[in-house]
Design a protein around this ligand. Structure first.
Ligand code: NAI
Length: 433
């Protein structure tokens, strides 16, 4: 960033016609022309990013005419940043996200091993994006491996900065690893000396705020069940504590609205009273089983980092795969929306990638900005286009009589299928505000 009159990030001037989103009590106040930085991403990133921005622009224009417009501002990360700035995550990119508060990004490659930290994890930690929100629902016509994929409609709130993802690890044989092994021995725990050590921190503050975010979401979106998922039967002082702190928080801050599973049966004969939300809890392994076998019993899940990582991909697989699963990382004054799949190097540059994951993340972003009408236009267009079996190759492959479109042609079809809703859209299930 320079000190010249026009502010620049990575040497690029910010667009004069746009405005910066402000935040009040953790919620964005969206101007008519918000500047939104975007990172194209590596591999298929540029293709899906271009399609996503085109579709979002068309929906915003359809919803609000000339009254509202997103002013996109490119920022750089990954290979493109390395080529231009010699750094895969330049300071200017981090400063821009910090400054504008809301950004959308394509996938970024992370070399396996070699000690390079994932750029995604770095950004989550840097901006304290504590809440990873993954709505998982079915779009009619998408091929799925289960018989009733439409039964699953769940929004997973995954704690995003603690747990084993805090990245506190010590390599086998290093002085720090040996020190931890000695400390454990002092407390009566024998760990073999040839062990690597990983630390799993889980704080009361961090646990409470993710459970709070999940409950608030359920209230705002009229969802009737919040399930805390944990492995507290084994990890008592981390995952078990997460459950305890979550229940405490619910009782303290939402006691008038939340009903425990016990009370549901003891006091209400198994029927949830009008206006109330059921707060239950499940062990992580049982949750995988129940997501498959009793899909419709879940609505909002609050869980910690590792469980949430596994669960959200498993749930996405149930409704047709990662190619259409969106994601958002939300903090108090910052929100980063992203595709949940990777850079797909095997199909990069071929113009055949499915832009839905990034696009549906864009819908979450529109909802987050309070532009629900535009979000609804895109959602309905995605539903209509997929139902018409006009899809990208990854989906067409498993559908009967499908028309295969390239990324750009699929975006054109989405735009052509957009219809302006007659009435103001009510908040919908499966979207994030
Ligand atoms: P991947 O998700 O890139 O690809 C897995 C398979 O899914 C491939 O066959 C690919 O062609 C297909 N695929 C993925 N997205 C698709 C789309 N939009 N349309 C059509 N097909 C699609 O996973 P992989 O190969 O394990 O990872 C590649 C790179 O991506 C790695 O460097 C990894 O670290 C990175 N990655 C980045 C993520 C992020 O930025 N959020 C998330 C996951 C992986």
């Amino acid at each position: 960033m320079t000190t010249s009159k026009v502010r620049t990030f990575n040497g690029v001037e910010i667009p004069a016609e746009g405005e910066v989103i402000q935040f009040k009590d953790g919620k964005p106040i969206t101007p008519a022309r918000p500047i939104i930085p975007f990172i194209e991403g590596d591999g298929i990133g540029p293709e899906i990013s271009d399609a996503t921005r085109r579709v979002i622009d068309a929906a915003v224009s359809k919803a609000y005419g000339a009254n509202r417009r997103i002013v996109w501002f490119e920022i750089f990360a990954g290979e493109k940043a390395r080529a231009s700035f010699g750094n895969s995550l330049p300071d200017g990119t981090l400063e821009a996200i910090d400054h504008f508060g809301v950004a959308i990004k394509g996938p970024l490659g992370t070399p396996t091993g070699g000690g390079m930290r994932s750029l995604n994890v770095t950004m989550r930690q840097r901006f304290d994006l504590f809440s990873c929100v993954r709505p998982v629902r079915y779009y009619g016509g998408v091929p799925s491996v289960v018989k009733r994929p439409q039964d699953l409609d769940v929004v997973i709130f995954r704690e995003n900065v603690e747990d084993v993802y805090a990245g506190i690890e010590f390599e086998m044989g290093t002085p720090a690893a040996l020190e931890f092994i000695a400390l454990a021995a002092k407390h009566g725990h024998k760990i073999p000396e040839d062990s690597g050590i990983g630390i799993k921190p889980m704080s009361r503050f961090g646990s409470r705020r993710i459970v709070r975010a999940a409950i608030q979401y359920a209230i705002e979106h009229d969802r009737k069940v919040v399930t805390i998922v944990h492995k507290g039967n084994i990890q008592k002082y981390t995952e078990g504590a997460f459950l305890k702190w979550g229940l405490e928080l619910a009782a303290e801050e939402f006691g008038d609205i939340m009903v425990s599973e016990d009370d549901l049966w003891k006091k209400h004969g198994g029927k949830l009273p009008e206006g109330k939300i059921l707060l239950n809890h499940r062990i992580a392994d049982a949750t995988f089983f129940e997501l498959l076998c009793k899909s419709s019993t879940f609505s909002v899940i609050a869980t910690m980092n590792l469980n949430g990582d596994y669960l959200s991909d498993a749930a996405a697989a149930q409704v047709g795969g990662l190619g259409i699963a969106p994601g958002a990382n939300i903090g108090v004054h910052c929100a980063l929306f992203e595709a949940t799949h990777g850079t797909a190097p095997d199909i990069a540059g071929k113009g055949i990638a499915n832009p839905c994951s990034l696009l549906l993340s864009g819908i979450m972003m529109l909802d987050y900005l309070g532009w629900e009408e535009a979000a609804t236009i895109v959602t309905r267009s995605v539903e209509k286009t997929i139902r018409a079996r006009t899809v990208t190759g990854d989906l067409a492959r498993y559908m009967k009589k499908a028309t295969t479109l390239g990324t750009s042609a699929f975006a054109d079809a989405l735009i052509a299928n957009m219809v302006k809703p007659r009435r103001k859209a009510a908040p919908r299930k499966g979207t994030v505000k």
